[in-house]
Design a protein around this ligand. Structure first.
Ligand SMILES: [Fe+2]
Ligand SMILES: [Fe+2]
Length: 475
């Protein structure tokens, strides 16, 4: 795999120079992207030199190249995994046909919708996180935030490349619209709910990168199975970057827990008021943040029964997580899957055609993966000798999408009355006081090797650098 030429205006491994019309279209989009970045990218980061990972090729040696980069000069490039000439469409009605190198006309509208929906999440998260640099708990964390942000920017490039190359004029219009929507905007919001929520503090950021970037992982895994080969190749490469985002979330929460447990042991109390007075985040507050981010994120998988999901699968556009590792006919006709419904005031399972339940299948795969990491967080508490345990809430809790939307369900899965919900909501979801307390802890700590009081240092630095390494050089 050839190394990417960074002297080009748009670094790429897709032989952009050979397609002048496409190159011009993307070079025309580039300044609009940069103005979007200046307006909506990380606040106050201009002229910082940041120790960042930049892909210089997609092979194992080249994709994690570390060096200082002046933030707005990050080289956002277009990188696809190498093509496998023998690759086939592996599921749905076209199963066995050679993988498509061009968009099949009959599936064009659906494919464009998939690419746009994925693309929209990328700049959305940058917008959601844009103020966090001002309250970074350490230089190490500040660097990680910027790394996540520049890579989400690159993921937008990945989707915009597909729109420009394969979807003609309407693709170009969609690429412009991706720079015009704004997270949380009343009139022109981002497409999906969770990407219009605020990410106001670092606890939210770590929960977001743990849960919501993991939604990204599962969506990308499903798209990496696509019969449309350029989409599969670009999402495969995005997944290598996504792993770091989830690491930031998992290790971030783990460090918060570790610090809180230290204080609980020092003070010999877990009374939230006393823990808070010591300037760290009590475990019940962590649980409420977890409940919020988990429930908002699982809504991203869509309605439990969806004819669109069936169509995307049947037509070979979007597979299941690890589609090709599964041992079935990859057609799924006549198969069923269990989804939840409310009957006589209780949650019950209903068998529905699996093709219509593929959102639920992906959601359940996501939940399994999420639960595993929560188990690792609990190990930190266990190691400290404390009895508290964090839990993912029931999947029917606090849902806004699908059959469970609006049904009042407790975190442990009981259908509850409006009165009980009103009474208990403050135990289950972050309250205004919780958020104000967490906000009160957020202060900027950016001396190398120093950490805010509410979070423990990481076990290791980035790219085997020491923890007190100068990850950011301020202008
Ligand atoms: Fe992304
Ligand atoms: Fe991500």
């Amino acid at each position: 795999m050839a190394t990417i030429d960074y002297s080009e205006k748009i670094p790429n491994n897709v032989e952009l120079a050979e397609d002048k019309a496409l190159q011009r279209a993307l070079e025309h989009w580039q300044p609009n992207y940069l103005s979007w970045w200046k307006e909506m990218g990380p606040e106050g980061s201009q002229d910082f030199d940041v120790y960042l990972r930049t892909a210089v090729s997609v092979d194992p040696q080249g994709w994690a190249h570390f060096d200082y980069v002046k933030m707005p000069d990050y080289r956002w490039g277009i990188f696809l995994n190498p093509r496998d000439e023998a690759r086939k469409v592996n599921f749905g009605e076209h199963k066995g046909a050679p993988a498509w190198q061009e968009v099949p006309g009959e599936h064009r509208a659906n494919l464009r919708r998939i690419v746009v929906t994925q693309g929209d999440t990328e700049p959305a998260s940058v917008e959601q996180q844009r103020h966090l640099g001002l309250t970074a708990p350490s230089m190490y964390d500040l660097r990680n935030l910027f790394q996540v942000n520049v890579e989400e920017g690159r993921h937008l490039w990945a989707m915009v490349y597909l729109l420009h190359k394969y979807f003609g004029r309407d693709g170009r219009e969609e690429a412009e619209a991706l720079l015009e929507r704004r997270s949380g905007d009343q009139d022109n919001p981002r497409i999906l709910g969770a990407f219009n929520e605020r990410t106001p503090d670092w606890l939210s950021f770590f929960m977001f990168t743990y849960f919501t970037d993991r939604d990204g992982k599962f969506q990308l895994c499903a798209l990496a199975e696509s019969g449309f080969d350029p989409l599969a190749r670009t999402t495969k490469f995005m997944l290598t970057e996504e792993a770091h985002h989830m690491f930031v979330g998992e290790s971030g929460i783990s460090r918060v827990i570790q610090r809180t447990c230290e204080v609980i042991k020092q003070l010999r109390t877990d009374d939230p008021a006393k823990i808070r007075a010591a300037g760290v985040i009590d475990l019940p507050t962590l649980q409420r943040y977890l409940n919020f981010h988990f429930s908002v994120t699982i809504d991203l998988f869509g309605a439990d029964e969806s004819s669109n999901a069936a169509t995307f699968y049947n037509s070979g556009l979007k597979g299941r997580f690890e589609e090709t590792k599964r041992d079935d006919d990859h057609l799924l006709h006549g198969q069923t899957y269990k989804v939840l419904a409310v009957q006589d005031g209780r949650l019950v399972e209903r068998e529905v055609p699996m093709l219509n339940a593929l959102n639920e299948v992906l959601r359940d795969d996501f939940i399994k993966d999420s639960v595993a990491g929560v188990g690792r967080w609990n190990k930190v508490i266990e190691k400290a000798g404390l009895p508290y345990r964090l839990q993912t809430p029931h999947k029917a809790f606090n849902r806004r999408i699908g059959a469970l939307a609006g049904v009042r369900v407790s975190p442990d899965g009981r259908v509850v009355s409006d009165a009980e919900w009103a009474q208990r909501e403050r135990d289950w979801l972050p309250t205004a006081e919780d958020r104000a307390f967490v906000t009160s802890l957020m202060g900027r700590v950016v001396e190398p090797g120093k950490f805010a009081n509410w979070i423990a240092p990481p076990v290791m630095g980035i790219n085997r650098q020491p923890i007190d390494f100068q990850y950011v050089r301020f202008g």
